[in-house]
Design a protein around this ligand. Sequence first.
Ligand code: SF4
Length: 256
Amino acid sequence: MPEKKTFAILLTVTALLILSALTLLYVVPYYGLEAIHDDLPWIAGGVFGVLGGGLVLVLGLLIVVTMLGRDVPFSRKLRSFAVKGLLPLLVVVGRLIGLKREDVQHAFVAVNNELVLAQCRNGRPPRSVLLLMPHCLQDQDCEVKITHRVENCKRCGKCPIKGLLELAEQYRVDLAVATGGTIARRIVLEKRPDLIIAVACERDLTSGIQDTTPLPVYGIFNERPFGPCLNTRVALDRVESLLREITSLNAKRETP
Ligand code: SF4
């Protein structure tokens, strides 16, 4: 998967840059510290060593999860760190090595998804799932109001809402349509699901994943054949295969 490779490269470059900065921060004032006290350079060396070692460990674990798709210890905390602390830094590092913001966002969401799935497979599978969809999926000529009650949809099939409703019923999960970030946050607070499967564009998906951490969000980018925010589409087969996997994880868990 190219996104995983991009993310692993970004993490490696970021780790090297931070380690270089830590080395410089240690080496440059080394002789000044020695003038204050003989032991000070060793103490400073220990502090920078622990910081550098911790960083290499965290980024190394992230690379393992990214490349192998396996769960690692502290995967929940790791996801929170990656989601909250790492993305802005990765965008800057991505620019330095010639990547577009969207490439970094795709890599970030792909790895977030790996971490979320690893948590579901190795921890407690989610009991309640919310499918959170953007309003731009609805056909622009459709006059049915689905934002407050998606069941109002007449299922004419002109847009993906019909298929999503069928999936929601088949797998017994909640489906909601949000017109923006504020409404999406309100829906999440009302439903309080164990897992959100969210569909959106790069900007909304990455900011939504960051906003809702530590709540796990599996992100799927919408398709935009007519440009942004107009009659967008979603790969229903991807949503379905994820729901199928979660259902089978729950079934395995309940089997004595
Ligand atoms: S499937 Fe539902 S929401 Fe989409 S156009 Fe038809 S009635 Fe409207």
